[in-house]
Unconditional design. Structure first.
Length: 255
């Protein structure tokens, strides 16, 4: 199962236990959280997470503080994440910004120390652009790359074979392009209206085709989806398994 659960708003769920139990039953074992998500780690930590691979993220480097203060903040925030999540061995920790380790290589050593102590199993990076990712994989042996990939944003696709050759797990986010592919295209906010001509060309149900693109890419390991209820999971599973037609996704790319 390629699907992974975005837990950024899991505290809003009416029944977190049912959501986690159902996700586990469906074979969804990866939980994506972060020290930056409001109360996400704390809410997750109230439940038994032994059946899940939990991945969290660091806080971002604060350029208004000294290097020492930043290192202490990042280290102490990780210990806080551990505590909130019940001191489980984390499957992974990701740098929230790839620029942090590009600008401050010593941060890599700090996080590697957590791995050496068996606090985390894998180290990765949350990236925004292919150029950023190229610089990182040229300098660091990361285990996981989390990157934006959807029908509109396909600029990482050319890099996927190289990542896989290096043994890097690939997790995709923003599958629905900031929710555009979950909305009625006739009711799009003004700032998204320029997507409408492309949306008109994408077959229905658009959510199924949005999920199908990363599903078809053999290099992609996980597709992060939002869900707050068992019915949400049912919907996304149905869309994930929907029998889509063969289409050329390249025609929809905007970058």
């Amino acid at each position: 199962m390629k699907l992974a659960l975005d837990t950024s708003y899991i505290c809003k769920s009416d029944n977190i236990q049912s959501l986690l139990d159902y996700a586990s039953d469906l074979g969804i074992v990866t939980l994506d959280t972060s020290a930056l998500y409001p109360n996400s780690e704390h809410c997750l930590g109230q439940y038994n997470l032994e059946n899940f691979d939990v991945i969290t993220k660091t806080i971002m480097y604060d350029y208004t503080l000294s290097r020492y203060e930043n290192f202490e903040n990042i280290k102490n925030t990780f210990y806080s994440s551990q505590r909130k999540l019940g001191y489980i061995e984390l499957y992974g920790i990701l740098f929230s910004s790839g620029n942090d380790i590009l600008d401050f290589p010593e941060l890599w050593d700090l996080i590697c120390d957590f791995k050496d102590k068996n606090y985390v199993y894998k180290i990765g990076v949350n990236v925004s652009t292919p150029d950023e990712l190229i610089k990182i994989i040229d300098s660091y042996d990361i285990d996981i790359a989390q990157l934006p990939l959807n029908i509109f944003d396909q600029d990482f696709i050319g890099l996927l074979p190289e990542l896989k050759q290096k043994g890097i797990e690939i997790h995709t986010r923003n599958t629905f392009k900031e929710g555009i592919l979950l909305k009625n295209m006739w009711n799009l906010p003004e700032k998204y209206k320029f997507f409408k001509p492309i949306l008109e060309q994408i077959p229905e149900p658009k959510v199924a085709y949005a999920l199908n693109l990363p599903k078809l890419l053999k290099e992609v390991d996980k597709i992060i989806i939002p869900a707050l209820s068992t019915s949400d999971l049912d919907y996304f599973i149905n869309m994930y398994n929907f029998d889509t037609c063969n289409i050329d996704y390249a025609q929809f790319r905007t970058k």
